[in-house]
Ligand binder design. Structure first.
Ligand SMILES: Nc1ncnc2c1ncn2[C@@H]1O[C@H](COP(=O)(O)OP(=O)(O)OP(=O)(O)O)[C@@H](O)[C@H]1O
Length: 390
């Protein structure tokens, strides 16, 4: 979809920002460009929408040499999100989001309808936020408007330059998760610039790790973490690769343990018998549709009545496919010895529980899977204990 062929950018003062870069990004692929400040990430990105022209080499979009396309026409096919969102302060959120459709000459009603749809998609209720002005939103909300605005004309390509750089880490993680969900729905070809390896690893289908104007490694996150191509990359991804690996390894159904399961209408007598038979101290409680309700421990099964009266509501759970890192941090946050996992469709169907031991096994599975693809000597076996200690 986007192809760089031997692209070099030298600025008039002699700085070589990008040096003989060749890179191909597939349709629907999210590629993160990561590297230290000044390594040429932004220059690379701005050459795609022709805000900067290369000195040498060619860039193709959908097979077409972009130097032959009128820049204005080209930019209509490219959404652009930057850190300083650049919302118009005197326009409402809805008007800001409708900017591009408006410029494209869509009728006002259709533009506004599309803008409202997009705001909804990025998690902002248009009936609540649509008539507000940018200064009335939080930093995180403004970033979401930036994403909605970039998507408004449904461009096939999105360029994102440190879009979540200016918000605090918690909001940032939230925006990243939302963006991943959004990308699963809209499936754009995305170039995403960041200097944060963790962000690059979490979001990218592939990561391009920049050295000075060149790419040191271009590969899937697990491969970059598991087998850094050069000492520079190893240094850049850092000593806590295991921790980062947690964020790229999803919880799979096979990782889950099956604890005793009870239903709300079960008698406590039956519950106690089941727990004692299975030698368990607690059971997961499901409702009539087998959806997750909560849990009950042996201490509560001694009295009479039904499970319903004594079960505790579950405070935290995760869908299958969530990262091991989310599982680990949820366990720590709730001081929980295990975490319930439900199906992805959010119907709440209970699938099993992830325990620290199973989390550790899953981490090993991920390391072993990579070990088949890379020389064994390069594989560093890290344990949850080491990660917890780091
Ligand atoms: N207009 C310019 N004229 C001269 N040099 C420039 C110009 N723009 C950028 N540079 C230089 O080119 C190099 C690459 O800059 P670029 O902005 O692409 O880096 P970056 O990786 O995006 O950095 P950051 O993460 O700090 O934004 C830097 O050395 C920078 O100083």
């Amino acid at each position: 979809m986007i192809r760089f062929e031997h692209v070099t950018k030298r600025y008039p003062d002699g700085t070589t920002a990008v040096d003989d870069l060749s890179l191909e990004v597939g349709a629907g692929e999210l590629v993160t460009l990561v590297g230290p400040s000044g390594c040429g990430k932004t220059t690379t990105m701005k050459m795609v929408n022709r805000l900067i022209e290369p000195t040498e080499g060619r860039i193709f979009m959908d097979g077409e040499d972009i130097s032959t396309v009128d820049p204005v026409q080209l930019r209509r096919r490219i959404g652009y999100v930057i850190q300083q969102v650049g919302l118009f302060p005197h326009k409402t959120i809805l008007e800001n989001t409708a900017t591009v459709p408006h410029l494209l000459g869509w009728p006002r009603g259709k533009s506004r309808e599309r803008a409202a749809e997009l705001l909804d998609l990025v998690g902002l209720d248009p009936s609540v936020h649509g008539d507000r002005y940018p200064e009335q939103l939080s930093g995180g909300q403004r970033q979401r408007v930036g994403v909605a605005r970039a998507l408004a004309a449904d461009p096939p390509v999105l360029l994102m330059d440190e879009p979540f750089g200016a918000v605090d880490p918690v909001v940032r993680e939230h925006l990243q998760n939302e963006f991943l969900k959004l990308q699963a729905a809209v499936n754009k070809t995305v170039l995403f610039v960041t200097h944060d390896i963790e962000e690059a690893v979490r979001l990218g289908d592939r990561i391009a790790v920049y050295g000075q104007g060149t790419i040191e490694q271009f590969d899937a996150p697990a491969a970059v973490l598991g087998a850094p191509a050069t000492p520079y990359v190893a240094d850049f991804v850092g000593a806590d690769r295991g921790l980062k690996r947690l964020s790229v390894t999803p919880i799979e159904e096979g990782d889950l343990e099956q604890p005793p399961v009870l239903h709300l209408d079960d008698q406590l007598r039956t519950a106690a018998a089941k727990l004692s038979k299975e030698g368990a101290r607690w059971a997961v409680v499901l409702d009539g549709d087998d959806n997750l309700h909560g849990w009950i421990s042996t201490e509560q099964t001694g009295s009479s009545g039904t499970v319903r009266e004594h079960a505790r509501r579950m405070e935290a759970w995760l869908p299958v496919g969530a990262s091991l890192k989310q599982a680990f941090s949820t366990m720590l946050q709730h001081d929980a010895g295990w975490i319930a996992v439900i199906d992805r469709e959010e119907t709440g169907r209970f699938l099993g529980v992830l325990t620290p031991a199973r989390l550790h096994e899953a981490l090993r599975r991920s390391i072993d899977a990579d070990a088949h693809a890379i020389p064994r000597t390069e594989v560093e076996l890290e344990t949850v204990a080491q990660i917890a200690a780091s």
